[in-house]
Design a protein around this ligand. Sequence first.
Ligand SMILES: Nc1ncnc2c1ncn2[C@@H]1O[C@H](COP(=O)(O)OP(=O)(O)OP(=O)(O)O)[C@@H](O)[C@H]1O
Ligand SMILES: [Mg+2]
Length: 248
Amino acid sequence: MIEFKNIRKAFGPKLVLDGVDLTIHDGEVFFIIGASGAGKSVLIKHLIGLIKPDDGEIILDGDDVAKLTETQLYRVRKLCAMVFQHATLFDSMTCAENVALPLRKHRGLSPKDALDEARRRLEQVHMHAYSERYPAELGDGMRKRVAIARALTVDPRYVLFDEPTTSLDPVNARRVDKLIRELSDKLGVTSIVVSHDLASIFAIADRVAFLYKGKLRKVGTPQEFLEQTQDPIVRQFIRGEADGPMEV
Ligand SMILES: Nc1ncnc2c1ncn2[C@@H]1O[C@H](COP(=O)(O)OP(=O)(O)OP(=O)(O)O)[C@@H](O)[C@H]1O
Ligand SMILES: [Mg+2]
């Protein structure tokens, strides 16, 4: 379980997070939405200690991440894999070699064992047939799935995805969605997804949090966002209503 307790974070004079409270349950596919610059990436970076809060606690498996030393953070980062928006693979290596690299480095597998394990991992993301291909030969959606396989080599309990479907065409975006859902359903992984992609939210999210002006404006299921909100700011964001307030 992950708990953000009253997180405040400012950069200079700019207050980005102004008392964020949030609990994310194990096995959930949890989305964080909000306008550009709302602080979504800043919020999830707190979870792996890349950013420290000015105030508040981030409780991950009983530990306050904000108080851990760099050495202790190493353990947290093995629990939490992060798939950055522009996850880059090494172009000079095949897909299998890309996934094998962290298996050799962090798990100490021999080159042959690491490659065998990498191919098995590529099967999980439905990319086995492309194991011996080079990233440059693949489209964005396929590269994204290889990057996800690589992030999963640490067997994380939590995976943080920063805009995983941005810049993908709809077909590939839905494939990545399906994969994120499968991680939760088959492996019991908790996924935290920062996204602007409403189609993804309605396809796979268990719950959604809407970040607005430093606070969580609403937390609920996708259905609740659609049906149970009179809040014009939330409605405009979810429905893209042109006649709502223009601040969002
Ligand atoms: N390391 C930093 N130093 C100073 N300001 C920062 C830093 N990181 C983020 N910010 C600022 O914090 C605010 C929130 O940034 P953040 O990247 O979290 O936005 P976001 O919601 O992820 O937006 P987007 O949808 O565009 O990715 C922005 O105003 C940004 O400029
Ligand atoms: Mg961001």
